[in-house]
Design a protein around this ligand. Structure first.
Ligand SMILES: NC(=O)c1ccc[n+]([C@@H]2O[C@H](COP(=O)([O-])OP(=O)(O)OC[C@H]3O[C@@H](n4cnc5c(N)ncnc54)[C@H](O)[C@@H]3O)[C@@H](O)[C@H]2O)c1
Length: 316
């Protein structure tokens, strides 16, 4: 298969590309290498893929419709992961979320629709669309009209755009709602990375809000399993959850990192940030039925693999 991956220099894009290339597929990667976090880390991920057979990479912005369209030649499946992530940063620069997460997805949908036959589209939504929902676990059939952050609102807007393309043109698109993904090659803006870095440098960790807040933390290899299954199988669902289905409190996450690093954390307690949610918890039964998805890597193991990778990563 020939697969176009947008956001290929990103955390999840790198993991999906690596797996597909290892399995003998061709990958066309696209990314604009935004400086939201270290472009050096993005380049290191690309360098890791660079030696693999069947990989080509292009610096293109999803805002560039013609540039995007040109890369679709011969493509069987598009995995659209390019996005402006992060709940907190959306308070500082809301416009980049609109450009990339809403207009960017619209470009991808339109470019795919103009091809005959259209490639299948697998794209990244987010657990954040469940917003202030209280009933857990979160199911694909729950109402999602209470986004608590601008990031969540743009991901939900994307789901509605994809819904319209499916309705109007029968566009084959599945949106995957990822739940807090972590692991080697991860994202420096996320709590598990910041805590690990601070502990290793003997600095206090900054905790926003209550440590009783919980997240359904999902190991990168499990997410990659789910994405790759959605690439290879003709999925007809519109939305699927990909999570761990075993939420952990912030307190437990900190304890797990302390054990993996071998040092107790000094804490700076700060107020909860606007846009943060209390809990996330995925119902993954449908992904299990449709994709054979079954998360395998437990938190202790996943964090220990992350810490080992982090210690050895030369970009620190
Ligand atoms: N990591 C998580 O916990 C998580 C959870 C839910 C959803 N998601 C979604 O999964 C996808 C991948 O997330 P990630 O964690 O790998 O993030 P990431 O930031 O590491 O990867 C996204 C990549 O997209 C690129 N990009 C940003 N704007 C672009 C543009 N306009 N044109 C082209 N490329 C652009 C960035 O340079 C980056 O390399 C995103 O859509 C994100 O919203 C991630």
């Amino acid at each position: 298969m020939r697969v176009l991956i947008t956001g290929c220099a990103g955390f999840i894009g790198h993991g999906v590309a690596r797996r597909l290339l290892g399995d003998g597929h061709e990958v066309v990667g696209l990314d604009n290498l935004t400086p939201y976090y270290s472009p050096a880390l993005k380049r290191a991920r690309l360098a890791d893929l660079g030696g693999l057979r069947g990989f080509a990479f292009h610096v293109v912005d999803v805002a560039d419709f013609e540039g995007l369209e040109r890369l679709l030649d011969g493509v069987d499946v598009v995995v659209h992961l390019a996005a402006q992530p992060g709940v907190r940063y959306s308070l500082r620069d809301p416009f980049v979320y609109e450009r990339t997460n809403v207009a960017g997805l619209l470009h991808v949908l339109e470019a795919v629709h103009r091809r005959s036959p259209p490639p299948r589209l697998v794209w990244a939504s987010s657990s954040s669309v469940y917003g202030g929902n209280r009933t857990v676990p979160f199911s694909e059939t729950d109402r999602v009209d209470d986004p608590l952050s601008l990031y969540a609102a743009t991901k939900r807007a994307g789901e509605l755009l994809a819904h319209s393309y499916r309705h109007l043109y029968g566009l084959p698109a599945v949106g995957l709602r990822f739940f807090t993904v972590y692991g080697p090659w991860g994202r420096p803006d996320m709590a598990y990375w910041r805590f690990t870095e601070a502990l290793l440098e003997d600095r206090p960790i900054e905790i926003y809000g209550s440590t009783a807040a919980s997240r359904d933390m999902t190991y990168i290899d499990d997410i990659v399993d789910g994405v790759v299954a959605a690439v290879l199988r003709p999925v007809t669902d519109e939305i699927l959850n990909l999570g761990d289905a075993e939420p952990v409190t912030l307190e437990r996450l900190i304890g797990t990192i302390e054990r993996a690093v071998g040092r107790a954390a000094r804490r700076i307690e700060l107020p909860a940030q606007p846009g943060d949610v209390e809990a996330t918890f995925a119902d993954v039964r449908r992904a299990g039925e449709v994709l054979g998805y079954a998360p395998r890597v437990r938190l202790d193991e996943g964090i220990s693999r992350f810490v080992d990778w982090f210690k050895g990563w030369s970009g620190r």
